[in-house]
Write a protein that binds this ligand. Sequence first.
Ligand SMILES: O=C(O)c1ccccc1N[C@@H]1O[C@H](COP(=O)(O)O)[C@@H](O)[C@H]1O
Length: 207
Amino acid sequence: MAGMYIKICGLQSAEAVAAATGAGADAVGFVFAPGSPRTVTADLAFRLGREVPHGVETVGVFRNQPLGEVLETAHRAELTTVQLHGNESMADIVRLRGEGFRTLRAFSAAAYNALDAADKVAWDSERILLDAVEPGAGVAFDTTAVKAGPPSGFWLLAGGLTPHNVEQLATTLRPAGVDVSSGVESSRGVKDPQLIRDFIGALRALA
Ligand SMILES: O=C(O)c1ccccc1N[C@@H]1O[C@H](COP(=O)(O)O)[C@@H](O)[C@H]1O
């Protein structure tokens, strides 16, 4: 698991960013999706992003927002990466890449399984994330969906991960990486630096 990609999402403080990057996270996430308890402004994400070591991705999380708004926020916050959690298209991904951003496209396991064969091939060539139906709610991922036919390319596992279950789920499902938010919080929307370190430590301890 030493090579597993780890993203810690929904950060709102310098302390949480330091806990994630200090423990060896590959990516930190800032939520811009409306209605989340973790939403930040572009200015705060920019300031927090300045504390992130070179090589660690700074990911903005969006959900069904107009692409112009996504681009403006991503440029203003100087993000490296845009994560899309709604009905965004492959054309949106191509446009974002053209503007210099890396991308992650999230699907619920059920939505991914419902893709037709051609769409699956297309999305498998992108970096994708498989999540619970309600992202950011600590709801467990439906593992049966992936056991039937996991993506063939780079994919992240998310949804209800914690320091206690991540090693077992990652070992069983074999994603390229994992993404967590609720499972490293002391209460909804409030990150716990020790839980962040425990989560990363649970994976990094395994060679
Ligand atoms: O974290 C949020 O509030 C959020 C809101 C809207 C879309 C995505 C969101 N977060 C993503 O949800 C998973 C983490 O889920 P969990 O809380 O660990 O169960 C991760 O992909 C976040 O980027």
